[in-house]
Structure formats: structure tokens, C-alpha cells
Design a protein around this ligand. Structure first.
Ligand SMILES: [Zn+2]
Length: 222
């Protein structure tokens, strides 16, 4: 099938205009980095995408939380995360988590995904999928017990630095050595709220792991 023309030209133009999410249905999936067919993102490229990161310290007001990230939120890594979050490509979540698990060594005794926002229509929690991928590599269990108590919409991702106290709650038993998992570290407000909720639930947080770090984040490097 060619895309250049004939009677189907206008149809292809329309489909392309509607975005890759629709066009994708008509073409075989391929890795956006190397083009390998049959992968939303092939394992080798997933690891390669996440090897330009490091660790930063998130100011918790009196203590610091180490946050490990796979790279800056830009370029192909940003595109892939957008597909996972906004284009419905949930199948990217576990492979990205597995790659993050390959890049960073095992840590903690439980992986806690940042929960999906109240009222979200996404249908899956990308942070939980990432945590499941990491878990399969490290053998550390997923402890999916964190919940939002307030409706915050997209404020957090758009960079709000303050969330109301008690924005999240821990619904599980007291646990120690927990590692938070999220997609992007933007302002740090979400992770701060998560740490506060874990503390209120008699849990200890050892650090956090995210796919990417927003350039706007003002934390200090380790
Ligand atoms: Zn590839």
C-alpha cells in the first residue's frame, strides 16, 4: 500500500490529519527509534532512551528525596511518554518500566505507583504499568495502595507547585523502604504529596523513580 496517491490520497491526508493514533490502525506498528516492525518500542531502544539520566534531590522541607530519572523530558523520550499518556498506547508502559529497571539497580522493598487522578478517563494508570515493568526486572513487588483524595485535574502536570495537605492517602498496611514510581518529574508537587501520604500511613519512602525529568524542575543534582 502506498501513501502517495490516486483515489486514496485525500483519505490518507485526512487520516494523517487526525493523527497517528488513527493512522496507526492501518499500518503495522514499528519502533519509533529504529523502525523495527512489531514493537511499539523495542527493548534495546527503550534502554537506550533511558540511559541519559541520573539522580536529583527533591526538597521535602527538612529532608531530601532522591529521584532517579532516565533522561530529560525532550526529544524521542518525550514523544514516547506522550504516546503512553495521551495517545492510548498503554502497551508502552511495561517495556519502559522494564528498561528503567535495567538502567537502575534494584532498590527498595515495594514499588508504589503514583495513582491516576480522580475522574481520569485514561482507562489505565501509566505509572502502575511502569511499576509492573520495573517489578518484573527487580523482583520487588508493586504496592499499589496510594490514592488521590482530591480532584486535581491537570494542575500538577501543568506545573503547580502546591497541592492541598492530605491530597493523597495510603490505603495499605505500614511498609518500609518504598520507592515511588511516576512518569515525569515536573514540579515535584505530586511526589511531595505522595511522601506525605506514605508518612501519614506509617510508611517509609526510600526514593523515587521516573522516566524523565522536566527541564523546568529546579532540584539539585546528585
Ligand atoms: Zn527500536
Amino acid at each position: 500500500m502506498t501513501r502517495d496517491g490516486g483515489a486514496f490520497g485525500p483519505l490518507f491526508a485526512l487520516l494523517e490529519g487526525m493523527g497517528r493514533g488513527v493512522f496507526h490502525v492501518f499500518l503495522p506498528v514499528s519502533c519509533p527509534v529504529c523502525g523495527a516492525l512489531g514493537y511499539e518500542l523495542c527493548p534495546g531502544c527503550a534502554v537506550g532512551l533511558l540511559t541519559n539520566g541520573g539522580s536529583v534531590l527533591l526538597d521535602l522541607g527538612g529532608s531530601w528525596l532522591p529521584v532517579h530519572h532516565g533522561g530529560l523530558h525532550r526529544g524521542t523520550l518525550r514523544d514516547v511518554i506522550h504516546r503512553l499518556k495521551y495517545k492510548g498506547l498503554s502497551s508502552l508502559g511495561v517495556p519502559l518500566g522494564e528498561a528503567l529497571g535495567e538502567v537502575f539497580g534494584p532498590m527498595g522493598r515495594g514499588l508504589v505507583p503514583v495513582p491516576l487522578h480522580v475522574g481520569s478517563r485514561r482507562g489505565y494508570n501509566q505509572s502502575e504499568l511502569i511499576a509492573r515493568g520495573i517489578s518484573s526486572v527487580w523482583g520487588v513487588p508493586v504496592a499499589d495502595y496510594l490514592r488521590w483524595r482530591v480532584r486535581v485535574g491537570n494542575q500538577v502536570s501543568s506545573g503547580d507547585r502546591v497541592l492541598p495537605r492530605g491530597a493523597m492517602e495510603w490505603t495499605g498496611p505500614p511498609m518500609d523502604g518504598l520507592v515511588l514510581v511516576d512518569d515525569v518529574l515536573t514540579s515535584g508537587a505530586t511526589l511531595r504529596a505522595a511522601v506525605e501520604a506514605l508518612k501519614a500511613g506509617s510508611c517509609g519512602t526510600e526514593g523515587a523513580l521516573v522516566l524523565s525529568l522536566a527541564k523546568s524542575f529546579g532540584g539539585s543534582g546528585v
